[in-house]
Design a binder for this molecule. Structure first.
Ligand SMILES: *[C@@H]1O[C@H](CO)[C@@H](O)[C@H](O)[C@H]1NC(C)=O
Ligand SMILES: *[C@@H]1O[C@H](CO)[C@@H](O)[C@H](O)[C@H]1NC(C)=O
Ligand SMILES: *[C@@H]1O[C@H](CO)[C@@H](O)[C@H](O)[C@H]1NC(C)=O
Ligand SMILES: *[C@@H]1O[C@H](CO)[C@@H](O)[C@H](O)[C@H]1NC(C)=O
Length: 463
């Protein structure tokens, strides 16, 4: 079988005779590292990347529960997007169609203990709006928006939806799609909404998040700098800072964000990349790359969602497929390749997180955990073919000797497309790597046959 043959390739050591001529030079640009030392442990895994934008069907019982628990589902972001009924701007019935959908999704998410980000721009109906429809604060008149807030906040209370709730002030006001008015009008909306929620003691436990910009933090982006200045001036600093990476890279974002934060003396708060990954990055390898990066910076993340219509509100943001993907009420759900990556991340990567570095080229990254029986390294190469390397340092911290042979089991997280069912990872075999100096380096082959495959490397820890 092809997979057996490739399994051997994936496990090739760098020391065998034929290999050195085939392998590119190993350097920091193409090598990710894992520090296994005890002092470099980073706490128990919390599956920071296991959130989903939309993806829950209108009938919340439709996807069997185990799919949610298998993937470690812990964050939802919902608002009845792309329902036929256009929300608040189309009247109270259309508002309730979206509110009810949000309510049903909320209780489904809470069954798994997930936090729930509510999207007021969806319940407003921005996907049915345009330049000519009413927007909050038009002509300086906030009456309609205030009524909307009273209605929505009142309904959230009346329906007992405050536990675990995050109120995401307005989605992507900078992106051109979900806000058709000025930046100044948006900043007024921000402060008005924040103050309205914080004046209501019933809502004290509700977290406020934002700005959920489409544009990543940048000191040269005045949506960011004017927002930072405004929230300091008005004392309307959210509980959770949010933005989107579609595309994007948190390794690039974080220094920019820290610059903005220090320039405006903003307090440190939880960060949630509440939409991450483009559609072409939603492959097994991409999932592992994103998990590695979000975990490194301790960032929460929710998978972006690139499906449309009712499919947007199904499939857990392209983690599932079903027997008939055109059937709204379809059954026969199955996980795709990415689903297996999240399942392994959740169920198998137990113990404590290790400190890692990604390859210097930004293309390959690793997430690693150490438990009492095994250490595990999840690896993703982002949409590129070639050869990369992983170096594991401080092996003796796991009770292993400083030199010898390390037997590493390789799992291939195959990918068969967004709607391609994959039963589970493929066993690519065990290879014994010679090492000394308390460190081992081994290659990762991202071949054309395996261009979307993520990798799991496992080895037993010493006694
Ligand atoms: C090995 O562990 C020590 C102690 O935690 C640490 O100082 C050192 O940086 C580690 N070495 C590598 C190469 O990660
Ligand atoms: C919303 O749910 C309420 C309570 O279940 C129900 O009375 C109402 O008819 C629903 N409205 C719509 C538009 O679905
Ligand atoms: C704007 O949206 C309204 C309400 O959906 C619709 O009636 C109108 O035709 C739209 N205008 C434009 C220019 O698309
Ligand atoms: C992950 O853990 C489950 C449950 O313990 C186990 O059945 C499965 O074989 C493990 N998968 C891998 C790839 O190790």
């Amino acid at each position: 079988m092809a997979s057996k043959f490739l399994g051997l390739l994936a496990a090739l050591p760098i020391c065998i005779n034929a290999a050195p001529n085939l392998l590119p030079r190993q350097d920091s640009g193409n090598t990710a590292t894992v520090d296994l030392s005890v002092g470099a442990r980073r706490g128990a895994p919390q599956n920071l990347a296991s959130g989903v934008l939309y993806g829950i069907p209108d009938d919340p019982t439709q996807i069997p529960d185990h799919f949610y628990s298998d993937m470690g589902f812990n964050y939802a972001r919902i608002g009845g997007a792309q329902l036929e009924q256009g929300g608040w701007i189309e009247g109270i019935d259309a508002y309730y169609a979206r509110f009810n959908n949000t309510r049903d999704n909320y209780f489904q998410a809470r069954k798994f203990g997930a936090k729930v980000i509510v999207l007021p721009h969806d319940i407003w109906g921005t996907d049915h709006a345009n330049d000519s429809t009413v927007w909050p604060g038009d002509n300086g008149d906030w009456t309609n928006y205030d009524q909307y807030l009273d209605q929505l906040l009142g309904d959230l209370k009346a329906n007992d939806m405050l536990d675990g709730l995050v109120y995401d002030t307005w989605n992507e006001p900078d992106g051109g799609f979900f806000w058709k008015r000025s930046q100044a009008q948006y900043l007024d909306l921000w402060s008005r909404t924040y103050q309205r929620i914080r004046q209501d003691t019933d809502l004290a436990e509700v977290l406020i998040s934002g700005p959920s910009y489409a544009g990543t933090p940048n000191t040269g982006n005045d949506w960011w700098t004017n927002w930072a200045a405004r929230i300091v001036a008005d004392n309307t600093i959210p509980d959770q800072y949010t933005w989107h990476d579609e595309p994007g890279d948190v390794a690039v974002d974080m220094p920019q964000w820290q610059s903005i934060r220090s320039q405006y003396s903003l307090p440190d708060k939880e960060i949630n990349i509440n939409e991450y990954a483009t559609f072409d990055q939603q492959i097994s390898a991409g999932a592992a790359w994103w998990i590695s990066r979000l975990e490194r910076y301790n960032l929460r993340g929710l998978r972006g969602n690139w499906l449309s219509g009712w499919q947007l509100r199904d499939f857990l943001a392209s983690l599932l497929t079903k027997t008939d993907t055109n059937d709204y009420t379809g059954t026969g759900y199955a996980g795709n390749g990415e689903f297996n990556v999240y399942k392994y991340y959740h169920n198998n990567m137990t113990g404590e997180r290790a400190t890692t570095t990604g390859a210097g080229d930004g293309v390959m990254d690793v997430y690693a955990t150490v438990d009492s029986d095994k250490a595990r390294v999840l690896t993703g190469v982002l949409n590129k073919q070639g050869t990369w390397f992983i170096t594991l340092n401080n092996l003796s911290a796991l009770g292993l000797s400083a030199s010898g042979v390390l037997n590493i089991q390789t799992w291939g997280f195959d990918d068969a497309g967004h709607f391609g069912a994959v039963a589970g990872p493929s066993d690519r075999g065990v290879y014994g790597h010679q090492y000394d100096g308390d460190t081992v380096t081994f290659p990762v082959y991202q071949t054309s046959q395996d261009e979307k495959t993520a990798w799991g490397f496992e080895f037993a820890v010493g006694g």
